[in-house]
Design a binder for this molecule. Sequence first.
Ligand SMILES: [Zn+2]
Ligand SMILES: [Zn+2]
Length: 400
Amino acid sequence: MVSLSKLFDSVAAGRTCRDLWHPQFSSCLRYNVHLWRTIMPGSFKLYIPLLVLPPLVKLNDVTVRYLVEHTLEYVYISCCTYVQAALSLSAQCALHNLLGRLNYWCVMFWPSLLGVAIGPPLPTPLLRLQAITFFNMSLEAAVRKSAVPIVQYARRSKTLGTLSFMAFSAAILACLRSGAVKQFWLVNPTVDKNAKRVCGHSGHCWQHLTDGMLKYGTVGIVLEAGRAVLRKSALLAKNPLALFGRAFLATCNLKLGLFLACYVGIFRVVCCLLAHRCDGAPTVEHAAMAGFLAGAPYCLYPTYQIYTLGLTKAIEMVWEYYASTRKSVGFDVVDSILRQLRRLPMLRLVQMLSFGYLGHVYAFYPHVSPVFHQKAMDVCSTNLTLGMKRNIAKWLSEVQ
Ligand SMILES: [Zn+2]
Ligand SMILES: [Zn+2]
């Protein structure tokens, strides 16, 4: 079987970036002026959920100052994304003109990577958010694309998925409970030192439990409702009353709320039980045990997003735990490798490589490309990438 890269190089022979990207513009310059002028609103549209959802989730704690800072952050990330997208699109023409032909890896992979690399730097929290989101999506794409039998089996097996998610959850909560790692996760296992109770929380155990379940369940429902509103925005713009209609309610999925409520519920119950049994505040082992069992509700809502989030968080936290607690003994090879690795701008590298890979999958393997990424590309480029993707599909279908 001919590889896709060879096949593409053969169908692209004699064709130019104009055929692939801008048939309506005779010159690359005119096309580039057009795209830099028109694609900006797309990036602002893409991050509307980031603007709307966090204040909704925070509800009571929203202050004017928070809203102003949050809005400025939204404007900044949207502008950065616009520049990244425009640079990536310009790089498509630039690389074509540089090489004098269309090349498999110079369509999407290198331009996307370069766009992010040259684009303006994001503040660390946003960089982390973007790098992890891109990495998780590339992981999803790589798993779906893989033809290796064991990967295919693992992808379909709910039991394996649930068990491994439980293991990630245990590792994450053990790292967090140890105090050596401080990062965001679904639940916070730190113990309130002022609490009079043995299990390290204020109020009765049942209050602690119901409070967590209600809060997390609501957050899940709010997030899902927000997603449904975005998905059905066209319908709601025409008729706001459709919010109560069957078509809208059918898109609302309650499973995220159920998963979150069960996750926090099981975690708190197990921690309290173990603390009472051992007559002492929950230890690292207790947190690991409770975290493991709390991962079980994953089977209620097995999605790539939750799974890859658990996996990356587990890797990140175990890495941080290992790096911060490891004691160096004289000259140590592992230690020096670790130190060298920590010097690299890991988040930036992950962000660049993942974005390049996602762009590549978008163009050449659209059937495994994550839906969110496809939408993001189409929105941010006002469908310029969509036209390119269709052209590639058409060219390939002519020879297959
Ligand atoms: Zn061009
Ligand atoms: Zn308790």
